[in-house]
Structure formats: structure tokens, C-alpha cells
Design a protein around this ligand. Structure first.
Ligand code: ASP
Ligand code: MG
Length: 454
């Protein structure tokens, strides 16, 4: 990493709602024009398109139903192209993609597969980037479309492909960086390709991650994530309406937030940016004048309380054994069993004869993680096992929390009428976590926000 010389350009990523229609896309163009250092633009599919493609990929049997989806896809894309003075080239490009897509959708109606699915869902980004490029050109910008599959090398794990960082970096230096000298390059988020040239995807919502990977590979000086909210909020404004956007936040705080369920950024998105300390901006392309949140390595203010995150669907496992009393090795045995069944642990607290832990959310469905039956059986040889559901985790995120005095009273007074099931504190100076019953979670966030942030 020693020779990581930062280039002078900025990468801007636009999410699906930012490129949903002509007006939205035009706002993106203005944002790009307003920052002359923006040389690389990563775009999602137009809003709603990936969902339609997923439907096709699952296999739509009835040809009329398939046609209806194609009509919707055409309407979304044509209604933007309609505004162009030169429509022919872009319409042709979109039609060519739709034609290939029709063949794949028919194939998927007989038999779907992960590989075919990736080829199908990639079409959204492939179309939106043709359109955004032409829109930029018509505004007099020297823009060019680039197929990111030439650079974003992944393994062949369709649907959740892992990027090959060294290869991406080498390919980007060779193919992408030189292009950025002369053009504003418009490219796709979410998609990549394996060594055999098959199209792959990084998983739903993956284009933030793409943008960070690309920013890392071209050694960008900044990464802007344009979405539909003006930055990261102190908490979900649907729970606490007085929540406010945070102007500046450190990588460690932001990772904690993502980790604890703040939905604004894909949790792994920050990793490439973090590796190279690339400042990340999150803002709303609808209201860019409202500003947004900067995520940086070094921030000017490090307040004691920064934000509150809420994560539902927690599973808590409590293990009790009198044998634990003043002996050693009990936890080692417990963790050996958990490791054997690949159960990842999130929070943990212990007492003399018991240990409570929560299970990590490894599935993307948002459902509560389960303790595998066999793991439970083995643990029961060792101790008494209790599993509880319907729990939520509230994380108070801040700075130097373990070095400051006097705030515990305020926190616990706010939570006076809440039944706290577990508290985690001390391992990181950045958080204080509470596990509580899900029905009380919103109330807990609300009162904590009122007491500590308003
Ligand atoms: N278009 C993809 C999705 O909707 C990727 C993204 O937008 O981040 O999941
Ligand atoms: Mg998205």
C-alpha cells in the first residue's frame, strides 16, 4: 500500500432512484458537471428495473406475462430516451439488450439457474449506462460508456461474487484510468465477470460496493454515493422524526453503524474506501443543496454520541452450567462447537455460571438467524441451552465512550421503563449496545434519541 499515490479524480455513484427518469438523470448530470474532478460515474439500473429482471430470472411461464414485463421495461427506458435529440443510437443499444434478454427470459422459464440469473439482472445496469452516457453527451460533456466487466474481475460465485482486488486494480490501471484523462467515464455498478468471461453480480444493492472497488482501483481522491436521502442520519427518521443528517463521521463510526443495521450503506461498501482512506460522501441527488455526510478517516468533531442504530430479528442463546464455576476451558468448548457448525457470534456477555450470546446475521433475508439443530444438541451435552427470539439490538454509537464519565445516568434514565435483556459495553470505545424485546425497540430508540440527541 506504500506506493498508493492518489489520483486527482473523484468517483460518483448514482443509485436506482437517482436515475429513475429523465428529470432524475438530469439532476445527476448537473451534479457531475458541477464537480470537474468527477471523471468516473457508476450507475445503478433505473429504479424498479432490477426487480423486474429478478422476476424474469425466476422464470415467468406465461408468454403474455413476460410480454407485460418487457412493456414495463421498455416504458421505463424509452421515456428517458424520448427527451434526447439523437434517440436512434441509444434506442438501438437498449433494443439490442432487450432482444438478448428476451431469449434469456424464455430460457429461464424452462430452467432458471444462478448463472443465467446474473446474466439477466445485469441488463438493468447495461441499459441505464447507455442512456446516462447519451444524456451527458447531449449536454456537451465529453462522456463515454465503459463496460465494467472488462475490469471488475470476480470469482464465479453467481449472485454473490467475490471481487479479485489485485486483478481489478491492474485492469483498471490499464484500461480505465487512461480513459479518465480525456473523458467522463460512465460505467455499471453491481456487475462484473469471472475469468471465463461470464457475467457475475455482487449481490442486491451491490453497486455501492462496485463504486468503492472502482474508486480503490483507480486510486480516486473521493467517492460520492448519491442516493435518495441527504446523508446518514442520527437515527432512522421514521422512528425519531427529529433525527438529523450527520455532516461528518469517521470510518470507524460509520462501520459500526453499518454493522449495527443502519441501512444506508452496504456494510462491506466501506472496506475498499477504508483501506485507502478515500473520503466518502453520501447525499441526495434530488436535493444536493441539502449537503450530506462525509465519511473520513480523521474528523474534526468526535462527539460522545453520534448515532443510534436498530437491528431487529436477533437470536439470543443462553448457556448455563454449574460446571463453569471456577473452572477453565468451558468457553473454549462452547466456541469449538459453534465454530464446527460455522455459527458466527455477535454480542457476548458472561457471568460465573452462564454465558449469553447473540447470533450474527449471516443470511440476507433479514430473518432471525437460527442455532443449527446439531449444534444445539452438542451444546446440550455440555450445558443447558436456551434460545430466544423476537429480540432487537439498539446500538448507541459514539466516541471515547469508555473514557468519559457521567453519561450512564442519562442513558439508563431514558431506558427506565424498558426491559433490558443484555448490555454490551467496553470492547469498543465506539458503542454501547442493548438487547431488548422487539416490541420495545422503537420506543427505546425514540426516548434515547430525545434524551441524547435533541
Ligand atoms: N441494481 C441492483 C439492485 O437493485 C444493484 C444496486 O442498485 O445497488 O440491487
Ligand atoms: Mg441501490
Amino acid at each position: 500500500m506504500g506506493d498508493y499515490a492518489v489520483s486527482a479524480f473523484n468517483v460518483a455513484k448514482f443509485g436506482g432512484t437517482s436515475v429513475a427518469n429523465f428529470d432524475a438523470m438530469s439532476r445527476c448530470a448537473t451534479i457531475i458537471e458541477n464537480n470537474p474532478t468527477t471523471k468516473l460515474v457508476v450507475s445503478s439500473a433505473c429504479s424498479g428495473v432490477t426487480n423486474l429482471l429478478v422476476e424474469l430470472a425466476l422464470g415467468v411461464q406465461n408468454p403474455n406475462d413476460r410480454d407485460a414485463i418487457f412493456t414495463e421495461l421498455k416504458t421505463i427506458h424509452y421515456s428517458i430516451i424520448e427527451h434526447f435529440s439523437d434517440q436512434q443510437k441509444t434506442k438501438q443499444a437498449v433494443d439490442d439488450i432487450l432482444e438478448i434478454l428476451a431469449g434469456m427470459a424464455e430460457a429461464a422459464s424452462f430452467q432458471s439457474s444462478d448463472k443465467l440469473t446474473d446474466h439477466i439482472v445485469a441488463c438493468g445496469e447495461l441499459m441505464s449506462t447507455h442512456i446516462l452516457t447519451q444524456l451527458m453527451i447531449e449536454r456537451g460533456i465529453q462522456a463515454v460508456r465503459f463496460d465494467i466487466r472488462e475490469v471488475l474481475r470476480t470469482n464465479g460465485d453467481f449472485g454473490k461474487a467475490e471481487p479479485n482486488i489485485p486483478e481489478i486494480s491492474a485492469l483498471a490501471q490499464q484500461k480505465l484510468s487512461p480513459l479518465c484523462q480525456d473523458y467522463v467515464v460512465i460505467t455499471q455498478g453491481f456487475i462484473g465477470s469471472d475469468v471465463d468471461g461470464n457475467t457475475t453480480t455482487l449481490g442486491r444493492g451491490g453497486s455501492d460496493y462496485s463504486a468503492a472497488l472502482i474508486a480503490e482501483a483507480v486510486k480516486a481522491c473521493g467517492l460520492e454515493i448519491w442516493t435518495d436521502v441527504p446523508g446518514i442520519y442520527t437515527t432512522d427518521p421514521r422512528i425519531a422524526p427529529k433525527a438529523t443528517p450527520i455532516p461528518e463521521i469517521s470510518f470507524s463510526e460509520a462501520s459500526e453503524m453499518a454493522n449495527f443495521g443502519a441501512k444506508i450503506l452496504h456494510p462491506s461498501t466501506l472496506l475498499p474506501a477504508l483501506r485507502h482512506k478515500i473520503p466518502v460522501f453520501v447525499g441526495s441527488s434530488r436535493e444536493p443543496e441539502k449537503g450530506g455526510t462525509w465519511i473520513r478517516q480523521q474528523v474534526e468533531s468526535a462527539p460522545l454520541f453520534r448515532a443510534l442504530a436498530l437491528r431487529n430479528n436477533q437470536t439470543m442463546v443462553t448457556l448455563r452450567s454449574l460446571d463453569m464455576f471456577q473452572t477453565y476451558g468451558f468457553l473454549a468448548q462452547v466456541f469449538a462447537i459453534l465454530a464446527k457448525y460455522q455459527v458466527s457470534v455477535d454480542l457476548i456477555t458472561t457471568s460465573e455460571v452462564s454465558v449469553s450470546l447473540t447470533l450474527d446475521q449471516t443470511n440476507t433475508s433479514g430473518q432471525a438467524p437460527e442455532l443449527p439443530v446439531d449444534a444445539r444438541a452438542e451444546l446440550e451435552q455440555l450445558c443447558n441451552v436456551e434460545v430466544e427470539h423476537n429480540l432487537s439490538l439498539v446500538a448507541l454509537i459514539g466516541n471515547k465512550m469508555s473514557a468519559k464519565k457521567g453519561y450512564a445516568k442519562q442513558v439508563f434514565t431514558a431506558l427506565e421503563d424498558v426491559n433490558l435483556r443484555m448490555i454490551c459495553y467496553g470492547a469498543s470505545p465506539h458503542n454501547l449496545c442493548f438487547l431488548l424485546e422487539s416490541q420495545e425497540a422503537k420506543h427505546a430508540v425514540e426516548v434515547l434519541h430525545r434524551e441524547l440527541f435533541e
